[in-house]
Design a binder for this molecule. Structure first.
Ligand code: IMP
Ligand code: MG
Length: 172
């Protein structure tokens, strides 16, 4: 395992993003919507850097099943979604890879008639997008490697690491 992004770097970039979001959403009814499970660490750090009144909600998306780095069928569960009618929704996810997850989540969220929807991701594997959508905000662009930590998992392990690390083929 090789550390790609240190804890202190994540902290400062997340804080800068929180400040930017606070400036751009001042006066709006903001709901920050975290995507389970990968966003939980990013979500909890980010919301504490947004100095505005806001609500927090959750939605679930899962595409990986077990010990694989290949996505399988994407499932979205919006049974936890709070009322977002006429709210300014900021969707928060761990990583934008092919973009299929974010794209499907945005369609699901739009069906609930929010005032606006934007997306913020911690990591962006640029150049891999297979959809016509890009994240509105991101913290770090990374190369095409499988990463874990700060919420991201491999087979549900490693989410608790406070830094981002790349797994070598030998780890997979
Ligand atoms: P996408 O739909 O291809 O953009 O994939 C997004 C989802 O795949 C993320 O929400 C993650 O759960 C998972 N994912 C993609 N790349 C990685 C990675 O490098 N490490 C861990 N999870 C990943
Ligand atoms: Mg995941």
């Amino acid at each position: 395992m090789q550390t790609l992004i240190e804890e202190h770097e994540i902290r400062s970039v997340v804080a800068a993003l929180g400040k930017q979001i606070a400036n751009e959403y001042r006066g709006q009814p903001l709901t920050v919507l975290g995507v389970l499970t990968g966003s939980i660490v990013f979500l909890s750090d980010l919301i504490r850097t947004i100095d505005l009144p806001l609500r927090v909600g959750l939605i679930q998306a899962s595409s990986y099943r077990g010990a694989t780095t290949e996505p399988l069928e994407l499932r979205i569960n919006d049974s936890l979604l709070p009322d977002i009618y006429d709210r300014a929704v900021l969707l928060v996810d761990d990583i934008f890879d092919t973009g299929h997850t974010l794209s499907a989540l945005l369609s699901t969220i739009r069906r609930h008639s929010p005032r606006s929807v934007r997306s913020a991701v911690l990591l962006w594997k640029t150049g891999k997008a297979q959809v016509d959508v890009q994240p509105d905000y991101h913290c770090f662009q990374i190369p095409d490697r499988f990463v874990v930590g700060y919420g991201l998992d491999y087979n549900d392990d490693h989410r608790h690491l406070p830094f981002i690390a790349a797994l070598d083929n030998a780890d997979l």
